[in-house]
Structures are given as structure tokens and as C-alpha cells.
Design a protein around this ligand. Structure first.
Ligand SMILES: *Cc1c(COP(=O)(O)O)cnc(C)c1O
Length: 398
């Protein structure tokens, strides 16, 4: 193949060369006396990415779904009441998992294209004076609909009700790309995975846990069964720099390289870069006269845009055209959005020129499928946006 397919799905994301090379290594002894010198700093550096004030981070050889399960089974008991909301395929699956694990879900079913309903949450929490609700769940970035929610607002709702419930956040498509302030927002479990903001292959479930959630794990009555995901087993060995079973050493070598990249660019610069990429994509969508699934600007996601095709156009054909004719992978419309929506993932190792590239491919694929738009309208709008927001210092750098 002359040119790799251009990957613009919202995970797995592009793996930077330096990260890929860091993983092209011989297998190593995960019980060697040298191994902790490698692992212990990784746990510490991960805490910075989550902006934690206390607690610890677990690294499981699983995808993000495993970290979802770890968060629930280690901090809750069967029959516990939990507050959740559902407004896209990922929040839907998390609710499904909670129900299958035997949690008693108080569910806010929201329109797809909206996010965590802060007022409803505040109302439900204020009325729960007996504190029967043990945990409140929020999907920070709903990848299926391109909707970001206000996690600080969920903390405010909990505080206003003086409610002690744990705050559980799905940050799989936000951590490392959008600001996650676990300490400031009092997030107790934040779920992430390797293949999105961390710019790695799939295979690590990364779970950040506050001290409060670790303590809940100790005192729990009627605790859930857990084995592979047990915090206790992890803590015993992690404290010494080891794992209770074979860790995915190669991926963790890649994680080291990706954490170095994140530190080098700086978290705030990374968030600003993602905001520019998201805004440029949205300017193109506007110029094409198309609509996002996200209903209002406050829901706009800087890591993924879910775009509605006009009536009479099949989004699946747009995806196929992009794939076969323009060597470009876009995200599909998940669940009830299938055929009506395609998604552009704009997170991870991307820059302006790459965003220009995917918009070019999308523009052509839309035209090929009969969408009435002017060639160059979206790419032009994005170019203008990028040029008008480029820092002088950057444009003058030699
Ligand atoms: C990708 C994703 C998941 C699922 O993670 P897997 O690694 O596929 O198990 C969960 N939540 C959100 C918001 C995601 O984007």
C-alpha cells in the first residue's frame, strides 16, 4: 500500500511514530528487579494527566470497558441505587453494564444530542435526603453523538445537595484531549483507555480512583464479586511496581512515550489544540450547511463531531465513498444514528493540515453522494479559521 488509510475515527486514534517505535522492542521480564523503576513513575505521571489531588491510577490489560467494570465492581454493592443518564451509545452501554451487574439504576433518558442533565441531577439529589443514591455517573464526552458534558456542574449539584455519593465519570474519549480536573471536581472514578487521547493501540484500561473511592472499597457491605479487576490485588503489587498478573509491558512502554509527548506539549496546549481542531471542523460543517447531532453549542465536543446528512442521503454511502475512493476512515453512526450520521474523530495526534485533509475527503465524499455544497466551502472556512487563530509567534517561527 502506497499510503496508509487516513484514520479519522474517534478511537483508535493515530499513534505517533515515537510511540510506535517505543513499542518495537523485545519482550521483557515483568518481575525483574529493574521493572519498578519503569512502572512507578508512570503511575505518578498518569495522576498529572487526570489532575488528581489524591488516590491512585490502575492500569488493566483491557479496553476502556474493563475499566468501566472495575470502577463499578470495586466501589459498589449489588442493589445499590445509582444515578445515571443515557444520551448516546456509550452512555447507553454503561447503563446496560450497571443493570447487568445488579445495580439499581435511577435513569435519566435524555434526547440524543444533549448530555448530562444537570438540573434533573440536582433535583434528584436534593430529594434524596436519605442518601440512598451511592454513586452518580456522567459521561464526559459521548463519542457517539459528539456531546461534551459539564462535570464541574455535576459536582456543584452534589455539593448543593450536600450529597455524599461517589462521582463516576467516563473519560474514555476526553482524558488527554479535554480538560479533566479530577481533584477540583471531586471525581471519584475516572475511566479511560489507551486508544483515544493517549494515542496508543487498544489494550489498556486506565482507571483513576480518588482516596474516597478507595476507602469505599474497604468498607463496602454486600460488595460485588471481583477478581481480575480487584483493586486490592492491584494495590498489593502496584505499590512495589509490579502487577498481580502479566501486564501489557509493550503497551506500557508505549504509554511511557505517550506520557512524555503529553508532558512535552503541555496539557493546556493540548486542550487548546483540540479546541482549535474542533472549532475548525465545526466551521466547515456550518459552511456546508449541515447540522451536528449536538443540539446546542454548550454540548459541542472538541474531540469528535457527529454530523447529520441531509434527508435522502445515506450516511453509509458517504462512509464507503470516503473509504474506498479517498482512503479515509470516518466514524459510523452508532445505533439509531446509523445511516443518518457520520462522525469525524478529531482527537489525539493531529494537526491543522491533517484536519484540512479529512475535511477535503469529506467534502468530496459528500459531493459524490449528491449533497449540494460548494467544493472548497468547508475546507476554505477551516483554513480561514486556522489562519485567523494562529499565534503570531508560531507563524513567525523559522
Ligand atoms: C471508546 C469508548 C468507550 C469504550 O471503550 P473500549 O475501549 O472500546 O472498551 C467507552 N466510553 C466512551 C465515551 C468511549 O468513547
Amino acid at each position: 500500500m502506497l499510503v496508509q488509510p487516513h484514520l479519522f475515527i474517534p478511537g483508535p486514534t493515530n499513534v505517533p511514530d515515537v510511540v510506535r517505535r517505543a513499542m518495537d522492542i523485545p519482550m521483557e521480564d515483568m518481575r525483574s528487579p529493574e521493572f519498578p523503576k519503569f512502572t512507578l513513575p508512570i503511575f505518578e505521571d498518569l495522576k498529572k494527566v487526570f489532575k488528581m489531588k489524591d488516590g491512585r491510577v490502575f492500569i488493566y490489560p483491557s479496553s476502556g470497558t474493563g475499566a468501566w467494570e472495575a470502577a463499578m465492581t470495586n466501589t459498589l454493592a449489588v442493589g445499590d441505587k445509582v444515578l445515571m443518564s443515557r444520551f448516546g451509545q456509550f452512555s447507553l452501554l454503561w447503563v446496560d453494564m450497571a443493570e447487568r451487574l445488579g445495580l439499581n439504576v435511577v435513569l435519566c433518558d435524555e434526547e440524543w444530542g444533549t448530555g448530562v442533565p444537570l438540573e434533573k441531577y440536582a433535583d434528584i439529589l436534593a430529594k434524596d435526603t436519605a442518601h440512598e443514591i451511592k454513586a452518580v455517573f456522567a459521561t464526559h464526552n459521548e463519542t457517539a453523538t459528539g456531546v461534551s458534558s459539564n462535570i464541574g456542574g455535576v459536582r456543584k449539584a452534589l455539593d448543593a445537595a450536600k450529597h455524599p455519593a461517589l462521582l463516576m465519570v467516563d473519560g474514555v474519549s476526553s482524558v488527554g484531549s479535554l480538560d479533566m480536573r479530577m481533584g477540583e471536581w471531586g471525581v471519584d472514578c475516572c475511566v479511560s483507555g489507551s486508544q483515544k487521547g493517549f494515542m496508543l493501540p487498544t489494550g489498556l484500561g486506565i482507571l483513576a480512583v480518588s482516596q474516597k473511592a478507595l476507602d469505599a472499597n474497604k468498607t463496602l457491605n454486600g460488595r460485588m464479586n471481583r477478581c481480575f479487576f480487584s483493586f486490592e490485588d492491584m494495590i498489593k503489587t502496584n505499590d512495589l511496581g509490579y502487577f498481580p498478573y502479566t501486564p501489557a509491558t509493550t503497551l506500557i512502554r508505549g504509554l511511557r512515550a505517550s506520557l512524555n509527548l503529553i508532558e512535552h506539549e503541555g496539557l493546556e496546549n493540548i486542550f487548546a489544540r483540540h479546541h482549535r481542531m474542533g472549532a475548525a471542523v465545526r466551521s466547515a460543517i456550518d459552511a456546508w450547511g449541515l447540522k451536528l447531532v449536538a443540539k446546542e453549542p454548550k454540548w459541542h465536543s472538541d474531540t469528535v463531531s457527529a454530523i447529520q446528512v441531509p434527508d435522502g442521503v445515506d450516511a453509509i454511502n458517504v462512509l464507503k465513498t470516503a473509504y474506498y475512493r479517498y482512503n479515509t476512515s470516518l466514524g459510523t453512526g452508532l445505533n439509531k444514528l446509523n445511516g443518518r450520521v457520520f462522525r469525524i474523530g478529531h482527537l489525539g495526534a493531529l494537526d491543522e493540515v491533517m484536519i484540512g485533509g479529512v475535511l477535503f475527503a469529506v467534502e468530496m465524499a459528500l459531493l459524490d453522494n449528491g449533497v449540494k455544497l460548494k467544493a472548497g466551502s468547508g475546507t476554505g472556512a477551516a483554513a480561514e479559521y486556522f489562519r485567523s487563530t494562529t499565534k503570531k509567534s508560531a507563524s513567525q517561527a523559522s
